[in-house]
Design a protein around this ligand. Structure first.
Ligand code: ATP
Length: 225
């Protein structure tokens, strides 16, 4: 028998987490022996993300926010701890990872293949993303000819393409104009309504009211506000 799936509107405090990290530790090692140094960054981070939750990660520069997000998506190995998730993850890294010579359309096609989407589903999702973020006119433009803001839209669009259960965004709107910034938050609200979860690294104090919950990284640990 299938297990019941969490529904939108379920209380996030009791719903089964879509993503759970426990006891995450990470230190970066510099130099070679005997001058080898170790910088501990994460010292036992616990974090869960429930269905329909929008959670912000804050913390001062260098507190380990990007390191934690890379570990959550599996792009970086932790020294200790576990990460479990159900469903798909969509990740938008701080620096867009794109292919200079491919157009926006070609990126969506490529990522659609990687996500094993049908071409029809990929095209439908691509159209919705162009419309939501307003960059359809750049569909045929190569990545190396895009402005920083449009590149950031493509970066976010690729993370959204397969409609992931959990979206992890590392400072996604740094290059957005104000209109796009507002569209971005509409998009986040739509995902919450659909029972999807979003984890966002943010530096803006003014955004804090938009989150359901805020987790601060302080001295290598997650402080739940
Ligand atoms: N690949 C690496 N090798 C060595 N040290 C690293 C590496 N990546 C990050 N660090 C160090 O780990 C610490 C945490 O970096 P991280 O980028 O995770 O912080 P952050 O909170 O995301 O910072 P910011 O707010 O500036 O984006 C910093 O001291 C950084 O210099």
């Amino acid at each position: 028998m299938n297990e019941p799936q969490p529904r939108s509107g379920d209380d996030p405090r009791t719903a089964r987490p879509l993503l759970a990290a426990a006891g995450i530790e990470k230190a970066y090692r510099h130099g070679t022996w005997p001058a080898r140094r170790t910088t501990p960054v994460l010292r036992g981070v616990d974090l869960t993300l429930a269905p329909a939750e929008v959670v912000g990660i804050v913390g001062e520069n260098g507190s380990g926010k990007s390191t934690l997000m890379k570990i959550l998506v599996g792009a970086l190995a932790a020294d200790a701890g576990t990460v479990t998730h159900t469903g798909r993850l969509g990740y938008c890294p701080q620096e867009p990872v794109v292919y200079e010579r491919l157009t926006c359309d070609e990126h969506f096609e490529l990522f659609g293949h990687a996500y094993a989407m049908t071409s029809e589903a990929e095209r439908r999702s691509r159209r919705a993303i162009y419309a939501a973020l307003g960059f359809e006119r750049y569909a045929g433009t190569r990545a190396d000819q895009l402005s920083g803001g449009t590149l950031a839209k493509l970066n976010l669009g690729l993370a959204l393409l397969a409609d992931p259960e959990v979206l992890l965004l590392d400072e996604p709107y740094a290059g957005f104009d104000f209109d796009t910034y507002l569209r971005f938050w509409d998009l986040v609200a739509e995902r919450r309504t659909a029972g999807r979860s979003v984890l966002i690294i943010s530096h803006f104090v003014t955004d804090q009211e938009r989150f359901d919950r805020i987790v601060e990284l302080r001295e290598g640990r997650a402080v739940h506000r």
